[in-house]
Design a binder for this molecule. Sequence first.
Ligand SMILES: [Zn+2]
Ligand SMILES: [Zn+2]
Length: 145
Amino acid sequence: MTDKTGQCMCGAVTFSARDVPDHFSACHCEMCRRWSGSALLAVHVPVEGVTWKGEAHIRTLQTSDWAERAFCQRCGTPMYYHLTVDGYGPENYSIPLGVFDETTGMTMTLESFVDCKAGGLAYAENGREQVTRADTLATYGMPGD
Ligand SMILES: [Zn+2]
Ligand SMILES: [Zn+2]
């Protein structure tokens, strides 16, 4: 775990985050695919450790009954996925890997909705956990992401 900083493409939104894990996950669900353009690679950071600047430029959209997605209203960069319901563990921001300034040494430890991934997309094997849509739904009891 380290402290990290990041920003959107245009720089209107920046953040600093404490206790950022050195691992991230990939989600291939239809919504994350469309939101990110391929697969959402996200680092799960405790909400209380993140300080946002330029918050006036952050727009959130409730994208399902249980989650919202946030983006910079100036440049469109996805900034975080956030559960809006309780009962699924600690409250995190799932912040896209690509918006962090420094990601050296980080590894992918989970790939979900692997049966929904975009054609031709294959990450290097490293022994990470891989789960299907059905696995994910069974774990969380949600109809999708
Ligand atoms: Zn921006
Ligand atoms: Zn997803």
